[in-house]
Design a protein around this ligand. Structure first.
Ligand SMILES: Cc1ncc(C[n+]2csc(CCOP(=O)(O)OP(=O)(O)O)c2C)c(N)n1
Ligand SMILES: *[C@@H]1O[C@H](CO)[C@@H](O)[C@H](O)[C@H]1NC(C)=O
Ligand SMILES: *[C@@H]1O[C@H](CO)[C@@H](O)[C@H](O)[C@H]1NC(C)=O
Ligand SMILES: [Mg+2]
Length: 581
């Protein structure tokens, strides 16, 4: 296959294999971090990637590594890369790929696969991986020979990040990884593929520009509204629309409501924040400008009874199909920041502002004050054994004390996440990672690792239920191995939602003496798990112990687990989602 390059006879004979060509192609595409688990046939892909300057973060389980890759894509705006082995490695990786799809974050899963000559014979870890990834990937490609590698790498990366971001898949058969080309030929393949791929993918997924007519329809709807509301989500965060959003909110005086991961684009403490008057804001608004957020379950589908019957939705989304499905009053297809800038420009020519005394703004701010003072009342008490409020208040105060740069807050669990979302303030964009669109447990440790790697100037603080933590708890070893500045706070109430909440009549049958399906070992020593790997573990049961553990671990900026013992009967079954259980 190798042809010597007449211009470079000295390196025309240097041979490189598929592993090296994958690494070179990734580096050339700007990849600087990878997450994964090595083994046959991809170990050399990882070591060659490191050799060309890519940081490889090695995990215990592809599921966590995949969650990390997806969050890394969200935080950095560049596709996160997951590397897995074939068969079961690829299957575990589907967790990450589906997470990228459902949260619309850019990610590429790269899996080794079995030798192409042995397909159908029951080879080691054989699986039709292209078929397996289909429901969760925007684009997938198999490099069927070494000369396909650069093009496949660039195409997968370009598709992941273009249009509506999502997961893509690259399949690398083991025979291809062992094929060889000359170094000169490798350079040619890379150069040619680079040139072709970016322009072609861009053309295929070009986003239409919003018409100025639609922009003025949007602005006049907002201008004429009695009770306008601006809703934004992680799509706006991904588009880095924070400055444009803040400008729109402040110039018009329209109250705003972030989705959980939209929190922080405009600070939670802003006087126009309607989060603490969520029911009123959603229930009464007559025009809602929804930016980078889908009208899914998190926003009650945009339907009555939570929303009023005749609310006019103006949807800003990068995905035309998403808008067409919803049939809103008006859809503006495009990048959230670009669309907001057009809206801001149109408003600037004929400004309007509701002002503090506008009845709608006043009604919202009154509701906010009531809700906040009720919440503060609950937070003020020192309750021991701990409920959710007391430790969350202590954590909140400590986070506020840290100031800027704010830590990245990772959160999962039911009660822990739901109460935590209301108590813990988000002051800066893209500083919250939680269970997301699917409400997925097990994302926490992967997200912590992604955040630590993506945001080296920030501390990472995870507030997790003990069940949520347990899904990927072994990755605390990964925190220690790479010495990442991550403090994992486990709200240990002994189970999924906490203690055994069964009615006595449900406790029958031959296995009635088994622990409840929701129960774990009470007061499990999760801090000892951290000790086992040489990180710092704490167990705390009262305010003084928690404060001291937070002081020490936040200033050490080293891996730590704080095991917070919580009353198993505090909180509610299913957290906030009791109506769905
Ligand atoms: C992948 C996945 N499996 C199972 C669930 C169902 N589930 C919802 S919340 C939860 C755990 C809640 O317990 P915990 O994390 O301890 O939080 P708590 O309510 O006790 O604070 C589980 C298992 C889920 N959301 N995702
Ligand atoms: C081959 O030679 C070219 C030109 O001298 C050089 O740019 C390139 O880096 C060389 N490749 C390798 C793999 O040595
Ligand atoms: C009170 O505020 C919390 C968040 O701070 C919010 O989740 C809850 O929905 C609010 N209650 C109402 C009735 O709006
Ligand atoms: Mg729990």
């Amino acid at each position: 296959m190798a042809e010597s390059n007449p211009q470079n006879p000295e390196n025309g004979t240097v041979q490189i294999d598929g592993n090296t060509l994958v690494a070179m192609s990734l580096a050339r595409a700007g990849v600087d971090k990878m997450f994964g688990v090595v083994g046959i046939p991809v170990t050399s892909v990882a070591t060659r990637a490191v050799a060309v300057g890519i940081r490889f973060i090695a995990f215990h389980n592809e599921q966590s590594a995949g969650y990390a890759a997806s969050a890394y894509g969200y935080l950095t705006g560049k596709p996160g890369i997951l590397l897995t082995v074939s068969g079961p490695g690829c299957v575990h990786g589907l967790a990450g790929l589906s997470n990228a799809a459902v949260n619309t974050w850019p990610m590429v899963m790269i899996s080794g696969s079995c030798d192409q000559r042995d397909v159908g014979k029951g080879d080691f870890q054989e699986l039709d991986q292209i078929a397996a990834v289909k429901p969760f990937s925007k684009f997938s490609v198999k490099a069927a020979s070494i000369s396909d590698i650069p093009k496949s790498v660039f195409d997968a990366l370009a598709h992941a990040g273009s249009g509506r971001p999502g997961g893509c898949y690259l399949d690398l058969p083991s025979d291809v990884l062992h094929q060889k080309v000359s170094a000169a030929e490798a350079e040619d393949l890379i150069a040619k593929a680079l040139e072709e791929s970016s322009s072609r993918v861009q053309k295929e997924t070009e986003i239409e520009t919003v018409s100025s007519k639609d922009v003025s329809i949007a602005v006049s709807a907002l201008r004429q509204a009695q009770r306008p509301l601006i809703v934004f989500g992680k799509g706006a965060a991904y588009a880095r629309a924070e400055d444009s959003l803040r400008k729109l909110v402040e110039s018009t005086g329209i109250p705003f409501l972030p989705t959980p991961m939209g929190k922080g684009l405009v600070p939670d403490t802003h006087e126009l924040a309607a989060t603490a008057a969520r029911s009123l804001a959603i229930g009464q608004c007559d025009v809602a400008l929804v930016v980078g957020a889908r009208l899914n379950w998190l926003l009650h589908f945009g339907e009555p009874p939570k929303w009023s019957n005749d609310v006019k939705f103006i949807l800003v989304d990068v995905d035309k199909e998403e808008i067409e499905r919803r049939k809103p009053y008006l859809g503006l297809v495009g990048d959230a920041k670009k669309v907001l800038d057009l809206i801001n420009k149109e408003i600037k020519d004929d400004p309007f502002c509701l002002g503090k005394n506008h009845p709608w703004v006043e009604a919202i701010s009154k509701k906010v004050k009531d809700n906040v003072s009720r919440m503060e009342g609950q937070l003020a008490k020192d309750v021991v054994p701990f409920n959710f409020f007391t430790p969350l208040r202590i954590i909140r105060d400590k986070i506020i004390e840290l100031g800027s740069p704010a830590p990245v807050l990772v959160s999962e669990g039911a009660n822990t996440m739901d109460v935590g979302r209301a108590v813990l303030p988000q002051m800066e964009p893209r500083t919250r990672l939680d269970a997301g669109t699917w409400g997925t447990m097990g994302v926490g440790l992967g997200y912590c690792i992604a955040a630590a790697v993506a945001c080296p100037d920030r501390l990472v603080v995870a507030v997790e239920g003990d069940s949520g933590f347990g899904f990927s708890a072994m990755e605390v070893e990964t925190l220690v191995r790479y010495q990442l500045p991550v403090v994992v706070i486990v709200f240990n109430n002994g189970g999924v939602y906490g203690g055994d909440r069964r009615n006595p009549e449900e406790i029958t049958g031959p296995y009635k003496d088994d622990p409840a399906p929701t129960s774990f070992v009470p007061e499990a020593k999760y801090h000892v798990l951290m000790d086992a790997f040489g990180g710092k573990g704490y167990v705390v049961r009262d305010p003084a112990e928690l404060k001291s553990a937070l002081d020490e671990s936040f200033s050490a900026t080293k891996p730590a687990v704080i095991n917070v013992i919580i009353d198993p009967y505090a909180g509610a079954e299913s957290g906030r989602m009791q109506h769905k259980n």
